[in-house]
Design a protein around this ligand. Sequence first.
Ligand code: ZN
Ligand code: ZN
Length: 257
Amino acid sequence: MNNYLAGVIESEGGGGKHLDYYKVQALMSRTYAMKNRKRHRKDGFQLCDGVHCQAYHSELKHTPTIRQAVEETNGEVIVDQNTELVSTYFSANCGGQTCDASFVWNTSVPYLESFIDTFCIHTRQATWTKKIKKSSWKYFLANNYWVTEKEVGDLLYNFEQEQRKAFFIHPSLGIPLRDLRKKFRLKSTFFNSHLDGDYVVLNGRGFGHGVGLCQEGAMNMAKAGYDYRQIALFYFHHVRVVNYYKTMYFRQEEVGL
Ligand SMILES: [Zn+2]
Ligand SMILES: [Zn+2]
């Protein structure tokens, strides 16, 4: 397991990061592996080595810090209030406010609620800008949601979210921001927009879905001296970090590893 985790962390995150950041990654990758260990049961193995499960490239260098992080957190996982392994979602940068899981997947998860994260706001991927042709913006909204300039006026282009929202313009129009992100390949759903000539200009924050742990924020927390448990508990709420084997007492099923 520890060999596998070191490989996953190196494959997914690369080298050169702080020990406590790698420790959080170790907790998350181990939690994921334990939670999904039956994912490929019908194929005759537990986890695949692609991004479908967790990327694991062979012939890794296993930087000593990653090894150390895995070994010093040996057996530790993140569990929720019912001692169930959590879903360890993460994204590159939350843009200063994490996204509630329900905005992305329609299901609320107590430990994946939205909150303010100031650890990531001055980083490389904290902000972005994108220009989209006014005509394709209009066309997409009219064709998929029957929302037109006639109906909503300038709101079709002038949109603001100080706090993260789930829907564009107004929830009653039923335009999930995640649909716009997908269609226009936006870095995140956390953006404001305005019209500039023939273009809709989007000024956005963050990179990724924004749910769960924010990688750039977590890196900054580690650099600032927070330890891995504090980082894990900052990004996942109402959870505990426990040794998996000690929680088996609460379980009816076999561990199987
Ligand atoms: Zn897989
Ligand atoms: Zn963040």
